[in-house]
Design a protein around this ligand. Structure first.
Ligand SMILES: C[S@@+](CC[C@H](N)C(=O)[O-])C[C@H]1O[C@@H](n2cnc3c(N)ncnc32)[C@H](O)[C@@H]1O
Length: 246
């Protein structure tokens, strides 16, 4: 047991070092903080809160919903935050987001179950509760390697196959405006120009069967089909967030 813990720790640090080599600059918590500061959203919804560190990047006064079936919050959260201990599917089925937030979702972060079909479901659930100004952030769009991008988790460092959700939105939703910030450990994809009346949900079964068996080699061969990257610096992120849709 001790041996396997030591091996796990060594592998984690190997994966982290490789991701920092590939994705230099500020890590994703810093980028999330920039986004909150630039947008100053009226509300924030986060799917997958874990210890609450990404939640802490929001302004303390921003009305915030966190969703996680097994949160392990380590520090007291601001009174503006309510955590719902349930899966995102159950949350959207049981709660009226407009009522809870007093309007559409303004900023959301998807970082829950790391399977692409779940991320797509989280996205369509958010989109139907969005407005023209909503920004959705997807975590883990830049996978590191085959093992850490597998559908079955065997490593501490793990992105799952979330990259497929990013690719699917890029290919099937040309109306969305998407960019990737290459921030460690596994990138953030920023999405705007959402359409709350979109019927993309009806396409999900077809999209899922198209992508289910695609593997990491497919990703490597199709990286140019992913959304374009912007530099991982505050000026580039601010410019994209504040620019009008072209
Ligand atoms: C990578 S962690 C989130 C990390 C956090 N966002 C951060 O950056 O500090 C993923 C979290 O998603 C949660 N999760 C797993 N399945 C979920 C689901 N179906 N809906 C919402 N959250 C889920 C897990 O319990 C876990 O705490």
């Amino acid at each position: 047991m001790e041996g396997s813990t030591a091996r796990d720790a060594a592998l984690l640090s190997e994966h982290l070092n490789e991701s920092l080599r590939r994705l230099p600059g500020p890590a994703y918590y810093q980028v999330l903080k920039w986004i909150h500061r630039v947008l100053g959203p009226a509300n924030y919804l986060e799917i997958g809160v874990h210890k609450g560190i990404s939640l802490e990047q929001a302004a303390k006064t921003t009305p915030t919903i966190g969703i996680d079936p097994a949160p392990s919050i380590e520090h007291p959260l601001s009174p503006a935050v309510t955590v719902y201990e349930m899966t995102s599917d159950d949350f959207f089925a049981q709660h009226d987001v407009h009522e809870l937030l007093g309007g559409p979702v303004e900023l959301a972060f998807i970082d829950g179950l790391h399977l692409f079909e779940q991320v797509l479901r989280d996205f369509v659930n958010l989109e139907s509760r969005s407005s023209a100004d909503t920004v959705v952030i997807l975590h883990d769009c830049l996978p590191l390697d085959e093992v850490t991008a597998a559908r079955e988790r065997t490593t501490d460092f793990y992105s799952g196959d979330v990259w497929k959700a990013t690719l699917a939105l890029r290919q099937h939703r040309p109306d969305l405006d998407m960019v990737i910030v290459p921030t460690a450990p596994t990138g953030l994809c920023l999405v705007r120009n959402l359409d709350p009346a979109s019927r993309f949900e009806e396409e999900l079964p077809g999209v899922e069967s198209e992508l289910l068996d695609r593997n990491f080699d497919y990703y490597l061969a199709h990286q140019e089909e992913m959304p374009p990257e912007i530099p991982n610096d505050i000026e580039a992120v601010r410019d994209w967030l504040t620019a009008r849709q072209s």
